[in-house]
Ligand binder design. Structure first.
Ligand code: LMR
Length: 341
C-alpha cells in the first residue's frame, strides 16, 4: 500500500482539532540509541533539564547501563530509566510523550546518506512496532539517516500496523537550520542568534535548500554568487564532518545540541502552546509526499506544515531539482517496508 497525498492528513485532522487537550505537567522523553555518541551527548543535555520528568534511555549495547549510572551521579533533572536489548523496547517507550529515535550506524567517507538505509532501517522497524502496540499516541521524532527515506519508511510501517498519525511523526532537520544560520551569520559578520533563515526541502546534499531571500534581518548583502557558495557549504557540512572524523563518526555534538533544541521546543508544545520546529513531515504542498521546513506544532501534533515561500530564481531552481530526488527517496523508504517485513 502506498501512502497517497490525499490520505496523509485527512483522518486525523478532525481528531486533532476537536480533541480536548489538558496541558501536560509531566513530560516523559525516550531516547532510542542512547549509547551512541549522539544519544549519550543528548542524554547528558537532557539530564540537566528540570522540565523533563522522566528519561528512558534505550540501546542494544548494554553499555547504556553505564551511561545511566553516570548520569544518575549528577544531581537534579529527570528520573532516569535504562533499558537494553530488543525485549525491553516496549518498556522504554510505553509511557513517553516524545520518543527520540537517534539510533544510527554512522556513514563512512564516500557514502551518501541514502546508502545507510539497510544499516538503519531494522532498528527503526523494531521501534515502530513497539510504538504501534505500546504507545501509538506518542510523538515520534527521528534523526536516523537517510532521513528523506526513513521517515516515509516509518510512516508506511505505522500505517501497516494501523497506528499511523501523520501529525505526530517528524524527521528532525534542526541541524540544517542551525548550520545555515551560523554559516551565513559568519559570512556576514553578524550574530547567528539574530538570524532567522528558513531551510526547506530534505536532509541530503542535494535536497537541503536554505532560503536566503526569506532571511531576517532582511539583507541584500548576499548576492547570487554568495548564495550559491553558502548553499554548497551548508549542504556539505555533514559530509565534511564525516571526512574530518576519518570515517569513525559523523556529527555528534552539534547533532545532540540541535536535538536538544528541538526537544526544548517540543516541551513547550506538549505544555499546550504552539511552536515552530524545523521538521521533515508528511506534506503534500510541494509535489512530494514528505517535505522539510518550518513546521508549526501544538500539543496534539502538527498544526501547519511548511507551505509557500517567495523564492529567488536560484531557490526555485534548487527546489525544482530537489523534488524528483525527494520523490525517489520517499518511494525508496515506502518500498523498503516490503524488503524488511
Ligand atoms: C549530518 O548532517 O551531520 C547527519 O546527517 C549525519 C551525516 O551522516 O552527515
Amino acid at each position: 500500500r502506498k501512502l497517497s497525498a490525499s490520505y496523509l492528513f485527512a483522518k486525523q485532522l478532525t481528531a486533532c482539532v476537536s480533541a480536548k487537550y489538558s496541558p501536560l505537567r509531566k513530560i516523559n522523553v525516550s531516547v532510542i540509541g542512547a549509547a551512541n555518541q549522539v544519544g549519550s551527548n543528548l542524554a547528558f543535555l537532557l539530564k540537566q533539564n528540570s522540565q523533563i520528568t522522566k528519561l528512558d534511555l534505550h540501546d542494544d549495547d548494554a553499555k547504556v547501563y553505564g551511561i545511566g549510572l553516570e548520569l544518575n551521579d549528577l544531581p537534579g533533572g529527570p528520573q532516569i530509566n535504562v533499558w537494553s536489548g530488543d525485549n525491553t523496547l516496549d518498556n522504554a517507550v510505553r509511557d513517553s510523550h516524545l520518543v527520540m529515535m537517534v539510533y544510527r550506524v554512522p556513514r563512512r567517507p564516500g557514502n551518501t546518506r541514502e546508502q545507510m538505509i539497510a544499516a538503519n532501517a531494522p532498528a527503526v522497524k523494531k521501534l515502530c512496532r513497539s510504538i504501534a502496540f505500546q504507545n501509538p499516541g506518542a510523538f515520534l521524532a527521528i534523526a536516523t539517516n537517510p532521513l528523506n527515506a526513513i521517515v516515509p519508511f516509518a510512516s508506511a510501517l505505522l500505517y501497516k500496523y494501523n497506528a499511523y498519525n501523520p501529525f505526530k511523526i517528524l524527521g528532525i532537520t534542526h541541524l540544517d537550520s542551525v548550520r545555515a544560520r551560523t554559516t551565513t551569520a559568519k559570512a556576514l559578520g553578524i550574530n547567528p542568534l539574530d538570524v532567522s533563515l528558513p531551510v526547506i526541502g530534505g536532509h541530503s546534499d542535494q535536497t537541503i535548500i536554505p532560503l536566503f531571500s526569506n532571511m531576517v534581518p532582511n539583507t541584500n548583502a548576499i548576492d547570487p554568487y554568495q548564495a550559491e557558495t553558502l548553499t554548497r557549504i551548508i549542504r556539505k557540512a555533514g559530509t565534511e564532518i564525516v571526512f574530518q572524523k576519518y570515517g569513525k563518526e559523523s556529527a555528534t555534538l552539534s547533532m545532540a545540541a540541535a536535538l536538544n533544541d528541538f526537544i526544548n521546543q517540543m516541551k513547550i508544545a506538549l505544555s499546550g502552546d504552539e511552536v515552530v520546529v524545523n521538521a521533515y513531515t508528511a506534506n503534500p504542498n510541494f509535489g512530494t509526499r514528505f517535505f522539510s521546513g518550518p513546521t508549526k506544532v501544538g500539543p496534539c501534533g502538527i498544526v501547519q506544515t511548511c507551505h509557500s515561500f517567495q523564492l529567488s530564481d536560484y531557490e526555485s531552481f534548487l527546489l525544482n531539482s530537489a523534488i524528483p530526488l525527494l520523490n525517489r527517496d520517499v518511494s525508496m523508504g515506502e518500498d523498503y517496508v516490503r524488503y524488511i517485513d
